[in-house]
Design a protein around this ligand. Structure first.
Ligand SMILES: Nc1ncnc2c1ncn2[C@@H]1O[C@H](COP(=O)(O)OP(=O)(O)OP(=O)(O)O)[C@@H](O)[C@H]1O
Ligand SMILES: [Mg+2]
Length: 508
């Protein structure tokens, strides 16, 4: 039997905080809840990031719910990437049942069922706040990364952005970008203009870029690019003193990896550019939770993976904490894992040799403990129990503590359709981002502006006669890849395809 008095003394002091903190649960020793030991996480260290891991059904998402609730109580907003769609219940009060009352009785903490302020958000057209960015805001660098362009193609994209900048052509959505690409490729004047001022561009490269854009659109990215673009400050709302829990439902990540990566890159970039430096001092400004994070690491583009690593490093000083929720710690790349301050480890199952390897790896990374046989206990933790190690206010890792987590105060289930409709119809933020700038008019405006701008531009050099070559857009159509896209897109309507490639009535 471990020395309980010593346990209480040691753990109590290492898990107390001078400043503000959140409470996740109570310590446990020899399978019993020790009410004297509150497992507190100092707010000061929330921006040092973390991991919630554990086998399926062990309570990771509920822990995330408790975490987000506790932050909300202190006025701290969060953004939850809800990949399984099982998180929305936080907007409604919980219902007491025997499991919950028993749990709270053991912790001797009061159960106060309550709802939390929620904004539902979407990148793919479901109900909620529409998160968008303009192509200009997204910029040539990220765009090239997301399109997985090579250096040559990337420099072409940069030239095209520069051209648009010089000519005052706003790039709002992907149609705008395609229109410009078409103009500088197939229109003799556009072609000459670009060649004279920025050097000539190989039509083949433009064709490749175009195909990448079409592939991106097929994952639904057309909806993501547009106006009004999302202001990341809107993630920082409070209501009645509670931080708003922003929930982004991203159910279809397997089929839309590029769209999802686009969103994440854009979010990181916007946060980085818009949030001021906060240092390590105060409380976090925003906490980002990524549930089912293994999907992100599995499906994400290389661009996103590199960016995550960099952003985890940089975003801390902006007062933003990132928490990855996944089954095994090994799902998170080593260089990200090593930067995480808080580890909440639910039970792991040791079925296979690989499982057992993961277990010993997880245990090896914990502070040495005299109170638990960590490698055994980790496989036998109950649902809603976890090993926790955090950082104290000085940034020193706290001892490993077997924790009995509290239950969420909000509903441990999802919202029904009527509740979702009600929530989104009452949201001022939904209304703010609802109106889509008419795509046709943006596109038309650009067309006429493009022509006008070119006409009004001071003559740079006498325009050289341009040899008539088959248009790139026509070549794309004829190429194998182009045909594949056409076949797929045919389902979406032949008119769209023809219009997109500039092969509508005008040219036929
Ligand atoms: N803190 C808790 N208090 C009360 N019940 C809990 C708690 N944590 C988990 N549970 C119970 O366990 C169930 C599974 O929890 P949860 O959905 O959080 O698991 P998970 O680890 O996220 O699983 P998955 O990997 O499948 O997403 C919950 O529906 C709930 O009944
Ligand atoms: Mg879950």
């Amino acid at each position: 039997m471990a020395d309980k008095a010593k346990f209480i003394q040691e753990l109590y002091s290492r898990y107390s905080a001078k400043g503000e903190y959140i409470t996740l649960g109570k310590g446990m020793l020899d399978g019993e809840v020790v009410t004297e030991v509150d497992v507190k996480i100092p707010l000061k260290t929330i921006n040092r990031h973390g991991l919630i891991a554990g086998a399926t059904g062990t309570g990771k998402t509920k822990t995330l719910q408790v975490f987000a609730e506790q932050l909300s109580h202190l006025g701290i907003p969060s953004l939850v990437l809800d990949i399984k769609g099982d998180f929305s219940g936080i907007a409604e009060p919980g219902a007491e049942n025997s499991i919950i009352s028993e749990r709270y009785a053991k912790t001797q903490l009061p159960y106060q069922p309550q709802a939390f302020p929620v904004e539902l958000m979407t990148i793919s057209g479901e109900k909620g706040v529409k998160l968008r960015a303009t192509v200009t805001e997204f910029g040539p660098v990220l765009l090239s990364k997301i399109l997985e362009l090579n250096d040559t193609q990337q420099s072409i994209i940069s030239i095209v952005f520069k051209y648009c900048d010089d000519k005052g052509l706003p790039l709002i959505d992907l149609d705008d970008l395609k229109k410009v690409l078409q103009y500088v490729t197939d229109n003799p004047q556009g072609k000459a203009d670009l060649a004279n001022n920025y050097g000539s561009i190989a039509p083949a490269s433009l064709g490749t870029i175009l195909r990448s854009i079409v592939a991106l659109e097929q994952q639904g990215a057309a909806q993501f690019f547009g106006e009004p673009s999302f202001d990341v400050e809107d993630l920082l709302q409070q209501r009645d003193g509670k931080g708003v829990v922003n929930i982004l439902r991203v159910g279809n990540i397997q089929n839309q990896p590029q769209l999802f990566s686009t969103f994440m890159l854009s979010l990181f970039a916007e946060i980085y550019m818009n949030f001021p430096e906060e240092g390590d001092s105060g409380k976090p400004k925003l906490v980002l939770f990524i549930d089912e994070a293994h999907l992100i690491f599995n499906e994400a583009s290389k661009a996103l993976l590199n960016q995550i690593e960099t952003m985890v490093k940089l975003i801390r000083s902006k007062g933003v904490g990132i928490y990855f929720i996944t089954q095994i710690p090994g799902d998170v790349p080593e260089n990200v894992l090593s930067q995480l301050g808080l580890k909440i480890q639910h039970a792991l199952r040791g079925f296979t040799a690989k499982d057992r390897k993961e277990i010993s790896k997880a245990v090896e990374n914990y502070p040495i403990t005299e109170y638990y046989k960590a490698d055994e206990l980790i496989q036998n933790l109950g649902i809603g129990e976890a090993f926790i190690t955090a950082l104290d206010e000085k940034g020193i890792p706290t001892p490993l503590v077997h924790t009995y987590l509290i239950s969420p105060e909000s509903r441990m289930d999802i919202l029904n359709d009527a509740e979702v409709s009600d929530l989104t119809s009452r949201s001022a933020l939904v209304a703010k981002y609802e109106q889509t700038v008419n795509k046709d008019s943006a596109y038309e405006m650009l067309t006429s502006r493009m022509e006008q701008a070119v006409q009004n531009a001071p003559p740079t050099q006498p325009t050289r006669p341009v040899k008539e070559e088959p248009g790139v857009f026509e070549s794309v159509m004829k190429s194998r890849a182009g045909r594949t896209f056409t076949t797929t897109l045919a389902r979406e309507g032949a008119k769209f395809v023809l219009g997109m490639f500039g092969l509508g009535g005008r040219r036929r």
